[in-house]
Ligand binder design. Structure first.
Ligand SMILES: [Zn+2]
Length: 500
């Protein structure tokens, strides 16, 4: 196809309750032909986009792709840098027929509650109304009206744990190419005033799986072209926030009808999506003490999940484990750059008292004194992801020190991320499967690797910016009504609308 397509991206998930702004240095930044030449290593979403574009005979003109793990709101300077660079590159490229954008969908900054909407609007203003814009987003995206007024199509992950990143990039590129090829596909959006904590559900089981399977069937039998069902990330303190259903079909009425139908199904799941009752930390420790299998009990510390943008600096689980250090084989982790530096100064084998935690979000947890800890090992912080998500991709989490006190192993890192990957521990000499209890600061992502090899997975009530009890978080701007903060009725689901 003789069309010019521009590719770019700014991908970050923000947590409004993490006080630490995300800076340019937190992002990986690839630009231009590097994105094409690096293949899969450029990122699986972008790789999926480029492969599909090539299959339609299009080599995209690449601008910048900035990608970071989850964290606090963006420093708006990162947005400004990205958008100035993007507009300049689009101008250089000349007339553009289409744009494909790698976004997260739940990105806020110190100046804006809708960074993804801002990006799509700025691109739309530059390329004009005739160009086709298609974005990929995370299943946890907040797909605002501003986004779908400016983008013709948005494609979200269809799995949680997210194991379809590459496929999502492919879908975003495919719908763009089909439209450029003359197929008049329409996208309808329905918004629901529902939030759910990310530990509460997975697309792999329960009635959310039933709903996803129903939608997949409509795609397979050709009723619709594609669909996305977004469960909005619940740590966004914004005036305009909602879970959304998007349906793409050849016919506007069909897109609207199916989107409404799927949204009604989702409405009925609102309670189930909140998840089951949480364990206390001590209840999980008691289970682990009785755990005689050769598999670990997983204590899910999702409230402090870096994947959910929390600060990762809560030592609450470590504090609770200390009284059992001589009887319970356990592994726990905490982000604490100062403690890591101290361990490096002391060196391997040194024994010292360490104060751990509460260095980033002191309002959310408190520091914990660990007496007589031995510095077991020190590392530069690089590990290769075990997967299945982004298997084989190398991560760096800043310097890492492993401390040992009795049978308790403590993974202390300068910049924790990807905590749910099994090699987050293994890469630093801790075998999570050899423990009676392993502490994981992740919501659901870890299940893809850990579920088959764990004795039990226990969602646990812990402190942190990705708090599991949403009503306890310091929201200031939420719209009314919003479930579970207030009761809702089916009439509060928005009307299905095609914005372009
Ligand atoms: Zn997500």
């Amino acid at each position: 196809m003789d069309k010019k397509v521009f590719l770019c991206g700014l991908h970050q998930e923000s947590n409004s309750f993490n006080p630490l702004l995300s800076e340019y240095e937190d992002f990986g930044h690839l630009k231009g032909d590097e994105l094409i030449n690096r293949g899969r290593a450029a990122g699986v979403i972008v790789f999926g986009m480029i492969e599909v574009l090539k299959s339609y005979g299009i080599t995209p003109v690449c601008g910048s792709v900035l990608r970071a793990g989850s964290g606090g709101p963006l420093n708006s300077k990162v947005y400004e840098f990205f958008i100035n660079d993007t507009i300049a590159e689009i101008r250089k490229a000349g007339k553009i027929d289409g744009v494909v954008v790698d976004l997260h969908g739940a990105t806020v900054s110190d100046k804006s509650d809708d960074v993804c909407g801002d990006i799509l609007e700025a691109i739309r203003n530059e390329v004009g109304e005739d160009a086709i814009i298609s974005a990929s987003c995370d299943l946890h995206g907040n797909i605002t009206e501003k986004m779908v007024k400016n983008a013709d199509y948005v494609s979200g992950y269809q799995s949680y744990p997210h194991i379809d990143l590459g496929e999502t990039g492919s879908r975003a590129a495919k719908v763009l190419c089909e439209r450029l090829d003359g197929r008049n596909l329409k996208m309808a959006r329905v918004a629901l005033p529902i939030m759910a904590p990310a530990h509460g559900y997975t697309t792999a089981s329960g009635n959310l799986k039933v709903l996803m399977d129903k939608a997949f069937k409509l795609k397979e039998d050709g009723t619709i072209f594609d669909f996305s069902i977004f469960q909005v990330q619940p740590w966004l303190d914004c005036k305009k926030v909602a879970s959304t259903v998007l349906v793409i079909a050849d016919n506007e009425e069909k897109a609207k009808q199916v989107a409404t139908d799927l949204a009604k199904d989702e409405f009925r799941l609102k309670e189930e999506l909140q998840g089951e009752k949480l364990f206390t930390i001590d209840e999980v420790i008691q289970k682990a003490l009785k755990n005689e299998s050769d598999k670990p009990i997983v204590l899910v510390d999702s409230a402090d999940s870096s994947n959910a943008g929390a600060s990762g600096d809560s030592a609450a689980v470590i504090e609770a484990l200390l009284p059992y250090k001589d009887v319970l084989k356990a592994a726990a982790d905490v982000k604490d750059a100062a403690a890591v530096e101290r361990a490096f100064e002391l060196g391997v084998g040194a024994v010292a008292d360490f104060t751990l935690g509460a260095t980033i979000a002191p309002k959310l947890s408190k520091p914990v004194l660990v007496k007589g800890a031995k510095v077991r090992s020190l590392h530069d912080g690089t590990f290769e992801r075990f997967g299945p998500q982004e298997k084989g991709i190398f991560m760096n989490i800043g310097k890492v020190a492993v401390l040992e006190v009795g049978k308790l192993l403590i993974h202390v890192s300068a910049k924790a991320t990807a905590n749910g990957d099994m090699n987050f521990y293994r890469g630093f000499g801790i075998d999570p499967l050899a423990q009676q209890l392993v502490n994981i600061k992740a919501c659901t992502s870890f299940r893809a690797g850990y579920q088959p090899v764990s004795a039990e997975i226990c969602n646990t009530s812990t402190p942190g910016a990705a708090g599991t009890v949403l009503e306890d978080l310091p929201f200031e701007k939420l719209p009314e009504p919003m479930y579970p903060f207030s009761d809702i009725t089916e009439e509060m689901i928005s009307e299905a609308k095609c914005f372009r």
